[in-house]
Design a protein. Structure first.
Length: 374
């Protein structure tokens, strides 16, 4: 499962940190403290540069969060549920449960992000002028000017016409509105996005060979991410078309091997893990599904305690919040698996475990529908 930390909720939208965020936050702080700020302001000390670097990195990610929050609030206005906003190594993403219902709503949501970044750029620009003229403390002025610059770059970059960037979403909405075919519109915008990604990869390696290692490497990474995201965006539309109208009850696995929460770990290992050879099992307490227990959970308990510790003591109950209903659309399963980093999701019917839907179940139905062209 993908490792994420939920920080807070804003307008009932969970704000989460992917563990990869700490990598990029440290990288940005390091490059600013040792490269950018010493060149721009050579008269300051090392400690000051590090404070400026860390503060700027935090303000950058607050800016990214506000950018994604603007998308999310517009999505909620258009009755599109938001599972959360996740900050990760390449910035942030608002996790929408479904695609926008119309081209007009897509444009509204896509424009919101660059508009937010533009407002933030203007805010930091005016604030930098205020401090320069009335409170000329160089470290703060330097941070504010960097935040102006980076928000301006965020606005311009996101307006480039390649999916899944905001500009690409605007382009997709225009083509969708004109043609009435979201699949065709997504294909066109995704091809442009993938081409932009390839260009950034090539340009990044060119800069690496010229000696700009950090800048070139970062550009290549962004290109790789953009290319893969563009291709995944089109594939998501194709998959959604194939799965539309299919209920989870039609594809889920019903005959499950479950365990009681009172089962000791030694019996769990001998009578389930070694017998059936599954990596995890649903746990039931008085007929109610309470979570999943896995090999990893068992390994955290010393072997000498296996006969006294029960499955209920080590069960992972967090998956209960991600459970689906038999009447949910199969596209909901794909969205939940992707957003939560799950391979299997329990299906509950009035609180009772009705089955489990897995990536393998989804793949099988997709293969059959693709082969039959239906």
């Amino acid at each position: 499962m993908r490792k994420q930390i939920e920080l807070i909720r804003i307008f009932n939208i969970p704000i989460k940190l992917d563990l990869s965020w700490f990598i990029i936050a440290a990288f940005i702080s390091w490059t600013l403290a040792l490269g950018y700020f010493p060149v721009k302001y050579p008269e300051l000390g090392k400690v000051t540069y590090w404070i400026m670097g860390i503060a700027s990195a935090l303000l950058l990610f607050i800016s990214v969060l506000l950018h994604e929050l603007s998308h999310s609030l517009l999505a909620k206005q258009n009755n599109i549920p938001i599972r959360g906003i996740t900050l990760f190594i390449f910035g942030g993403v608002a996790e929408m449960v479904k695609e926008p219902p119309t081209a007009r709503s897509e444009i509204k949501m896509a424009v919101a992000g660059p508009v937010c970044s533009g407002i933030l750029a203007l805010f930091f620009f005016l604030l930098s002028i205020l401090f320069t003229n009335f409170f000329p403390y160089l470290p703060i002025v330097g941070i504010l000017k960097y935040c102006f610059f980076v928000n301006l770059v965020l606005m311009i970059f996101n307006l480039l016409p390649g999916f899944p960037l905001d500009g690409g979403r605007i382009l997709r909405a225009v083509i969708w509105n004109y043609s009435g075919d979201i699949k065709k519109a997504t294909y066109t915008a995704s091809r442009i996005g993938a081409s932009m990604g390839i260009f950034l990869i090539v340009w990044g390696f060119f800069n690496i060979f010229k000696g700009n290692f950090i800048g070139g490497l970062w550009m290549a990474f962004i290109g790789i991410f953009l290319k893969s995201a563009a291709e995944a965006g089109y594939q998501q539309i194709v998959t959604g078309k194939l799965l539309h109208g299919i209920k989870i009850s039609e594809i889920m696995t019903r005959n499950l091997v479950t365990i009681e929460d009172s089962l000791p770990i030694d019996k769990l290992v001998n009578e389930y893990f070694l017998k059936y050879r599954y990596n995890n099992y649903p746990v039931i307490c008085k007929g109610v599904f309470v979570g999943i227990v896995s090999i990893h959970d068992v390994k955290q308990i010393p072997r000498r305690e296996w006969n006294t510790v029960t499955a209920g003591k080590i069960v992972d109950s967090t998956i209960v919040d991600s459970c689906l209903s038999p009447d949910d659309d199969a596209t909901q399963a794909i969205a939940t698996m992707s957003g939560k980093g799950l391979g299997r999701i329990p299906v509950l019917d009035n609180g009772k475990l009705a089955g489990i839907v897995s990536q393998r179940d989804i793949i099988h139905i997709l293969q059959h529908k693709s082969a039959l062209s239906v």
